[in-house]
Design a binder for this molecule. Structure first.
Ligand code: KG4
Ligand code: ZN
Length: 345
Protein backbone atom coordinates (compact mmCIF):
# COMPACT_ATOMS: atom_id res chain seq x y z
CA UNK A 1 0.00 0.00 0.00
CA UNK A 2 1.29 3.47 -0.91
CA UNK A 3 1.72 6.15 1.74
CA UNK A 4 -1.41 8.28 2.28
CA UNK A 5 -3.78 5.32 2.25
CA UNK A 6 -4.86 2.67 -0.23
CA UNK A 7 -4.86 3.48 -3.94
CA UNK A 8 -8.37 2.49 -5.01
CA UNK A 9 -10.05 2.37 -8.42
CA UNK A 10 -13.84 2.86 -8.31
CA UNK A 11 -16.17 1.95 -11.18
CA UNK A 12 -19.78 3.16 -11.47
CA UNK A 13 -22.38 2.12 -14.08
CA UNK A 14 -25.69 1.88 -12.19
CA UNK A 15 -27.64 4.30 -14.40
CA UNK A 16 -26.55 6.49 -17.32
CA UNK A 17 -23.11 7.64 -16.12
CA UNK A 18 -20.00 5.56 -16.84
CA UNK A 19 -17.58 6.57 -14.09
CA UNK A 20 -14.02 5.66 -13.13
CA UNK A 21 -12.46 7.36 -10.12
CA UNK A 22 -9.11 6.90 -8.42
CA UNK A 23 -8.42 7.92 -4.82
CA UNK A 24 -5.47 7.56 -2.48
CA UNK A 25 -6.96 7.36 1.01
CA UNK A 26 -9.33 10.33 1.04
CA UNK A 27 -7.48 12.22 -1.69
CA UNK A 28 -9.19 12.39 -5.07
CA UNK A 29 -6.69 11.77 -7.89
CA UNK A 30 -9.04 11.34 -10.87
CA UNK A 31 -12.74 11.38 -11.63
CA UNK A 32 -13.56 10.48 -15.22
CA UNK A 33 -17.22 10.35 -16.29
CA UNK A 34 -19.06 9.81 -19.58
CA UNK A 35 -22.83 10.16 -19.70
CA UNK A 36 -25.37 8.76 -22.15
CA UNK A 37 -27.99 11.33 -21.06
CA UNK A 38 -28.25 12.85 -24.56
CA UNK A 39 -29.29 9.48 -26.01
CA UNK A 40 -32.17 9.25 -23.53
CA UNK A 41 -33.41 12.85 -23.79
CA UNK A 42 -35.87 12.22 -26.63
CA UNK A 43 -37.50 9.41 -24.61
CA UNK A 44 -37.94 11.64 -21.53
CA UNK A 45 -36.24 9.09 -19.27
CA UNK A 46 -33.30 6.68 -19.13
CA UNK A 47 -33.73 3.66 -21.48
CA UNK A 48 -31.96 0.71 -19.78
CA UNK A 49 -30.73 -1.05 -22.92
CA UNK A 50 -29.39 2.18 -24.41
CA UNK A 51 -27.57 2.89 -21.12
CA UNK A 52 -26.00 -0.61 -21.02
CA UNK A 53 -24.69 -0.30 -24.56
CA UNK A 54 -23.28 3.15 -23.86
CA UNK A 55 -21.43 1.81 -20.79
CA UNK A 56 -19.81 -0.86 -22.97
CA UNK A 57 -18.71 1.73 -25.51
CA UNK A 58 -17.40 4.21 -22.93
CA UNK A 59 -15.79 1.95 -20.34
CA UNK A 60 -12.28 1.60 -21.80
CA UNK A 61 -11.92 5.29 -22.62
CA UNK A 62 -13.20 6.37 -19.22
CA UNK A 63 -10.76 4.04 -17.42
CA UNK A 64 -7.83 5.16 -19.59
CA UNK A 65 -8.67 8.80 -18.89
CA UNK A 66 -8.80 8.17 -15.13
CA UNK A 67 -5.39 6.46 -15.08
CA UNK A 68 -3.87 9.20 -17.24
CA UNK A 69 -5.28 11.97 -15.00
CA UNK A 70 -4.16 10.24 -11.79
CA UNK A 71 -0.73 9.50 -13.25
CA UNK A 72 -0.77 5.91 -12.00
CA UNK A 73 -0.47 2.57 -13.74
CA UNK A 74 -3.12 -0.16 -13.28
CA UNK A 75 -0.51 -2.38 -11.59
CA UNK A 76 -0.11 0.20 -8.80
CA UNK A 77 -3.77 -0.03 -7.71
CA UNK A 78 -4.31 -1.67 -4.28
CA UNK A 79 -8.02 -2.50 -4.70
CA UNK A 80 -10.89 -2.27 -7.17
CA UNK A 81 -14.34 -1.16 -5.96
CA UNK A 82 -17.47 -1.29 -8.08
CA UNK A 83 -21.15 -0.43 -7.71
CA UNK A 84 -22.81 -3.86 -7.45
CA UNK A 85 -26.31 -2.38 -6.87
CA UNK A 86 -28.91 -1.01 -6.68
CA UNK A 87 -29.47 0.20 -10.24
CA UNK A 88 -30.34 -0.96 -13.75
CA UNK A 89 -29.45 -4.67 -14.05
CA UNK A 90 -27.83 -4.58 -17.50
CA UNK A 91 -25.97 -1.35 -16.75
CA UNK A 92 -24.60 -2.69 -13.44
CA UNK A 93 -23.36 -5.85 -15.17
CA UNK A 94 -21.02 -3.87 -17.43
CA UNK A 95 -19.29 -2.20 -14.49
CA UNK A 96 -19.13 -5.36 -12.40
CA UNK A 97 -17.62 -7.31 -15.31
CA UNK A 98 -15.02 -4.58 -15.95
CA UNK A 99 -14.10 -4.43 -12.25
CA UNK A 100 -13.71 -8.21 -12.05
CA UNK A 101 -11.47 -8.18 -15.12
CA UNK A 102 -9.26 -5.46 -13.63
CA UNK A 103 -9.08 -7.08 -10.19
CA UNK A 104 -8.24 -10.46 -11.70
CA UNK A 105 -5.80 -9.00 -14.19
CA UNK A 106 -3.77 -7.08 -11.62
CA UNK A 107 -4.26 -9.67 -8.85
CA UNK A 108 -5.84 -7.22 -6.39
CA UNK A 109 -8.97 -7.51 -4.21
CA UNK A 110 -12.45 -6.68 -5.52
CA UNK A 111 -15.10 -4.87 -3.44
CA UNK A 112 -18.70 -4.92 -4.72
CA UNK A 113 -20.36 -1.97 -2.95
CA UNK A 114 -23.71 -0.26 -2.50
CA UNK A 115 -24.39 2.79 -4.67
CA UNK A 116 -26.28 4.62 -1.90
CA UNK A 117 -23.48 4.29 0.66
CA UNK A 118 -21.07 5.53 -2.01
CA UNK A 119 -23.17 8.72 -2.38
CA UNK A 120 -22.59 9.29 1.37
CA UNK A 121 -18.90 8.28 1.41
CA UNK A 122 -17.95 10.68 -1.39
CA UNK A 123 -18.30 13.64 0.95
CA UNK A 124 -15.12 12.48 2.72
CA UNK A 125 -13.10 13.45 -0.35
CA UNK A 126 -14.11 17.05 0.20
CA UNK A 127 -14.83 17.48 3.91
CA UNK A 128 -12.73 14.80 5.64
CA UNK A 129 -13.84 11.80 7.72
CA UNK A 130 -17.58 11.44 8.26
CA UNK A 131 -18.76 12.14 11.80
CA UNK A 132 -20.17 9.11 13.54
CA UNK A 133 -23.11 8.89 13.53
CA UNK A 134 -24.51 11.17 10.83
CA UNK A 135 -27.80 11.38 8.97
CA UNK A 136 -27.74 11.21 5.17
CA UNK A 137 -30.38 12.60 2.83
CA UNK A 138 -29.97 10.95 -0.59
CA UNK A 139 -31.93 12.53 -3.41
CA UNK A 140 -31.63 11.68 -7.11
CA UNK A 141 -33.63 10.52 -10.10
CA UNK A 142 -33.78 7.03 -8.64
CA UNK A 143 -33.83 7.48 -4.89
CA UNK A 144 -35.05 9.74 -2.08
CA UNK A 145 -34.04 8.35 1.31
CA UNK A 146 -33.09 9.35 4.81
CA UNK A 147 -30.46 7.12 6.42
CA UNK A 148 -28.90 6.92 9.85
CA UNK A 149 -25.20 6.21 9.27
CA UNK A 150 -23.22 5.14 12.34
CA UNK A 151 -20.47 3.84 10.03
CA UNK A 152 -20.48 4.25 6.24
CA UNK A 153 -18.55 0.98 5.78
CA UNK A 154 -21.09 -1.17 7.54
CA UNK A 155 -23.92 0.31 9.54
CA UNK A 156 -26.63 2.03 7.55
CA UNK A 157 -30.17 2.18 8.92
CA UNK A 158 -33.05 3.34 6.69
CA UNK A 159 -35.17 6.00 8.44
CA UNK A 160 -37.49 6.93 5.58
CA UNK A 161 -37.89 6.92 1.81
CA UNK A 162 -40.25 8.02 -0.91
CA UNK A 163 -43.41 5.96 -1.17
CA UNK A 164 -43.80 6.77 -4.88
CA UNK A 165 -41.67 9.04 -7.13
CA UNK A 166 -38.09 10.03 -6.34
CA UNK A 167 -37.46 13.77 -6.03
CA UNK A 168 -35.48 13.91 -9.31
CA UNK A 169 -38.24 11.99 -11.07
CA UNK A 170 -40.73 14.67 -9.99
CA UNK A 171 -38.39 17.34 -11.43
CA UNK A 172 -38.21 15.44 -14.72
CA UNK A 173 -42.00 15.03 -14.97
CA UNK A 174 -42.75 18.65 -14.06
CA UNK A 175 -40.17 19.82 -16.62
CA UNK A 176 -41.98 17.86 -19.29
CA UNK A 177 -45.30 19.49 -18.32
CA UNK A 178 -43.63 22.92 -18.60
CA UNK A 179 -41.98 22.09 -21.94
CA UNK A 180 -38.46 22.19 -20.44
CA UNK A 181 -35.76 19.68 -21.52
CA UNK A 182 -34.79 16.38 -19.86
CA UNK A 183 -33.32 15.96 -17.28
CA UNK A 184 -35.61 18.49 -15.66
CA UNK A 185 -33.64 19.43 -12.53
CA UNK A 186 -31.19 21.95 -14.01
CA UNK A 187 -33.70 23.85 -16.25
CA UNK A 188 -36.28 24.05 -13.43
CA UNK A 189 -33.59 25.24 -11.01
CA UNK A 190 -32.62 27.93 -13.54
CA UNK A 191 -36.20 29.00 -14.36
CA UNK A 192 -37.04 29.15 -10.64
CA UNK A 193 -34.42 31.86 -10.21
CA UNK A 194 -36.78 34.32 -11.97
CA UNK A 195 -39.96 33.18 -10.19
CA UNK A 196 -41.66 33.65 -6.82
CA UNK A 197 -41.54 30.58 -4.55
CA UNK A 198 -44.81 31.63 -2.88
CA UNK A 199 -46.69 32.40 -6.12
CA UNK A 200 -48.62 29.11 -6.08
CA UNK A 201 -49.30 27.02 -3.00
CA UNK A 202 -48.54 23.46 -4.14
CA UNK A 203 -49.23 20.55 -1.74
CA UNK A 204 -46.58 19.22 0.63
CA UNK A 205 -47.51 15.55 1.05
CA UNK A 206 -46.72 13.76 4.33
CA UNK A 207 -45.63 17.08 5.85
CA UNK A 208 -47.37 16.53 9.17
CA UNK A 209 -47.68 12.74 9.20
CA UNK A 210 -44.88 12.20 11.72
CA UNK A 211 -42.97 9.78 9.47
CA UNK A 212 -39.66 10.37 7.72
CA UNK A 213 -41.09 9.19 4.40
CA UNK A 214 -41.74 11.32 1.32
CA UNK A 215 -44.30 11.39 -1.49
CA UNK A 216 -43.92 13.44 -4.68
CA UNK A 217 -46.51 11.88 -7.01
CA UNK A 218 -49.33 14.13 -5.75
CA UNK A 219 -47.20 17.24 -6.13
CA UNK A 220 -46.35 16.34 -9.72
CA UNK A 221 -50.07 15.81 -10.49
CA UNK A 222 -51.01 19.09 -8.77
CA UNK A 223 -48.53 21.00 -10.94
CA UNK A 224 -49.84 19.27 -14.10
CA UNK A 225 -53.47 20.12 -13.20
CA UNK A 226 -52.61 23.74 -12.42
CA UNK A 227 -50.77 24.18 -15.72
CA UNK A 228 -53.56 22.44 -17.64
CA UNK A 229 -56.20 24.71 -16.09
CA UNK A 230 -54.22 27.79 -17.18
CA UNK A 231 -53.88 26.46 -20.73
CA UNK A 232 -57.58 25.51 -20.89
CA UNK A 233 -58.44 29.07 -19.86
CA UNK A 234 -56.28 30.35 -22.71
CA UNK A 235 -53.88 32.03 -20.31
CA UNK A 236 -50.07 32.08 -20.43
CA UNK A 237 -48.34 29.68 -18.06
CA UNK A 238 -45.99 31.60 -15.73
CA UNK A 239 -43.17 29.06 -16.08
CA UNK A 240 -40.78 30.77 -13.64
CA UNK A 241 -43.43 31.01 -10.89
CA UNK A 242 -44.52 27.38 -11.37
CA UNK A 243 -40.88 26.22 -11.29
CA UNK A 244 -40.09 28.29 -8.17
CA UNK A 245 -43.24 27.20 -6.32
CA UNK A 246 -42.72 23.52 -7.20
CA UNK A 247 -39.06 23.71 -6.21
CA UNK A 248 -39.99 25.35 -2.90
CA UNK A 249 -42.43 22.51 -2.11
CA UNK A 250 -39.75 19.87 -2.78
CA UNK A 251 -37.00 21.66 -0.83
CA UNK A 252 -39.35 22.43 2.07
CA UNK A 253 -40.39 18.79 2.58
CA UNK A 254 -36.88 17.35 2.10
CA UNK A 255 -35.17 19.74 4.51
CA UNK A 256 -37.95 19.60 7.13
CA UNK A 257 -37.76 15.80 7.31
CA UNK A 258 -33.94 15.76 7.22
CA UNK A 259 -33.77 18.10 10.21
CA UNK A 260 -36.44 16.04 12.00
CA UNK A 261 -34.40 12.88 11.37
CA UNK A 262 -31.34 14.47 13.00
CA UNK A 263 -33.35 15.71 15.98
CA UNK A 264 -35.14 12.42 16.59
CA UNK A 265 -31.86 10.50 16.57
CA UNK A 266 -29.89 13.13 18.42
CA UNK A 267 -27.48 13.51 15.50
CA UNK A 268 -25.68 16.79 14.87
CA UNK A 269 -24.36 16.17 11.32
CA UNK A 270 -26.34 15.98 8.08
CA UNK A 271 -24.87 14.93 4.72
CA UNK A 272 -26.83 15.50 1.50
CA UNK A 273 -25.93 13.48 -1.59
CA UNK A 274 -27.30 12.47 -5.00
CA UNK A 275 -27.85 14.60 -8.10
CA UNK A 276 -30.73 16.63 -6.65
CA UNK A 277 -28.27 17.83 -3.97
CA UNK A 278 -26.97 20.08 -6.76
CA UNK A 279 -30.25 22.02 -6.50
CA UNK A 280 -29.65 25.62 -5.45
CA UNK A 281 -32.81 26.02 -3.35
CA UNK A 282 -32.33 22.69 -1.56
CA UNK A 283 -28.77 23.70 -0.65
CA UNK A 284 -29.80 27.17 0.56
CA UNK A 285 -32.83 26.03 2.59
CA UNK A 286 -30.87 23.14 4.11
CA UNK A 287 -28.09 25.54 5.15
CA UNK A 288 -30.62 27.90 6.71
CA UNK A 289 -32.61 25.26 8.61
CA UNK A 290 -29.52 23.36 9.77
CA UNK A 291 -28.00 26.54 11.16
CA UNK A 292 -31.18 27.34 13.08
CA UNK A 293 -31.31 23.76 14.46
CA UNK A 294 -27.61 23.65 15.41
CA UNK A 295 -26.87 20.94 12.85
CA UNK A 296 -23.62 20.89 10.83
CA UNK A 297 -24.36 20.49 7.11
CA UNK A 298 -22.09 18.78 4.59
CA UNK A 299 -22.93 18.82 0.87
CA UNK A 300 -20.31 17.77 -1.68
CA UNK A 301 -19.73 20.07 -4.64
CA UNK A 302 -22.27 19.42 -7.45
CA UNK A 303 -19.77 17.43 -9.56
CA UNK A 304 -19.43 14.86 -6.78
CA UNK A 305 -23.21 14.69 -6.14
CA UNK A 306 -23.98 13.24 -9.58
CA UNK A 307 -23.13 9.58 -10.19
CA UNK A 308 -19.38 9.08 -10.61
CA UNK A 309 -16.55 6.62 -10.01
CA UNK A 310 -14.89 8.73 -7.32
CA UNK A 311 -17.74 8.03 -4.89
CA UNK A 312 -17.27 4.29 -5.37
CA UNK A 313 -13.51 4.63 -4.88
CA UNK A 314 -14.12 6.73 -1.74
CA UNK A 315 -16.32 4.03 -0.20
CA UNK A 316 -13.88 1.32 -1.31
CA UNK A 317 -11.02 3.19 0.34
CA UNK A 318 -12.91 3.39 3.66
CA UNK A 319 -13.75 -0.32 3.42
CA UNK A 320 -10.10 -1.25 2.77
CA UNK A 321 -9.00 0.96 5.68
CA UNK A 322 -11.57 -0.76 7.92
CA UNK A 323 -10.00 -4.13 7.03
CA UNK A 324 -13.18 -5.73 5.68
CA UNK A 325 -12.97 -8.93 3.63
CA UNK A 326 -13.07 -8.43 -0.17
CA UNK A 327 -15.95 -9.74 -2.27
CA UNK A 328 -15.54 -13.05 -4.12
CA UNK A 329 -14.80 -12.73 -7.85
CA UNK A 330 -18.12 -14.36 -8.74
CA UNK A 331 -20.38 -11.69 -7.17
CA UNK A 332 -23.52 -10.85 -9.14
CA UNK A 333 -24.84 -7.41 -10.03
CA UNK A 334 -27.85 -6.94 -7.74
CA UNK A 335 -30.33 -4.42 -9.15
CA UNK A 336 -32.34 -4.35 -5.90
CA UNK A 337 -29.47 -4.51 -3.40
CA UNK A 338 -30.90 -3.42 -0.01
CA UNK A 339 -29.51 -0.19 1.41
CA UNK A 340 -28.32 -2.11 4.49
CA UNK A 341 -25.90 -4.22 2.40
CA UNK A 342 -22.91 -1.89 2.07
CA UNK A 343 -20.49 -4.55 0.80
CA UNK A 344 -21.34 -7.78 -1.03
CA UNK A 345 -19.53 -10.69 0.62
O1 KG4 B 1 -27.69 10.83 -10.40
P1 KG4 B 1 -28.58 10.87 -11.59
O2 KG4 B 1 -27.94 11.21 -12.91
O3 KG4 B 1 -29.27 9.52 -11.77
C1 KG4 B 1 -29.84 8.86 -10.71
O4 KG4 B 1 -29.08 8.27 -9.87
O5 KG4 B 1 -31.08 8.89 -10.66
O6 KG4 B 1 -29.74 11.89 -11.23
C2 KG4 B 1 -30.40 12.62 -12.20
C3 KG4 B 1 -31.57 13.31 -11.54
C4 KG4 B 1 -32.56 13.81 -12.57
O7 KG4 B 1 -33.84 13.44 -12.15
C5 KG4 B 1 -32.35 15.31 -12.55
O8 KG4 B 1 -33.52 16.02 -12.90
C6 KG4 B 1 -31.94 15.57 -11.11
O9 KG4 B 1 -31.14 14.46 -10.77
N1 KG4 B 1 -31.20 16.82 -10.97
C7 KG4 B 1 -31.65 17.91 -10.31
C8 KG4 B 1 -30.66 18.92 -10.46
N2 KG4 B 1 -29.63 18.41 -11.20
C9 KG4 B 1 -29.98 17.11 -11.49
N3 KG4 B 1 -32.79 18.11 -9.63
C10 KG4 B 1 -32.96 19.33 -9.09
N4 KG4 B 1 -32.09 20.34 -9.21
C11 KG4 B 1 -30.93 20.19 -9.87
N5 KG4 B 1 -30.08 21.23 -9.98
ZN1 ZN C 1 -27.00 7.88 -7.72
Amino acid sequence: MTSGGPLVLGIETSCDETGAGIVRGRELLADSVATSMDSHARFGGVVPEVASRAHLESMTGVLDAAFAKAGVRPSEIDAVAVTAGPGLAGALMVGVAAAKAYAYGIGKPLYGVNHLSAHVAVDQLEHGPLPSPCVALLVSGGHSSLLLVPDVTGGVEPLGATIDDAAGEAYDKVARVLGLPFPGGPPIDKAAGDGAPDAIKFPRAKYHDGTLDFSFAGLKTAVARWVEAKRDAGEDVPVADVAASFQEAVADVLTRKAVQACQRHDVRDLVIGGSVAANSRLRALAADRCEKAGIRLRVPRPGLCTDNGAMVAALGSSIVAAGLEPSPLDIPADSSLPVTDVLIS
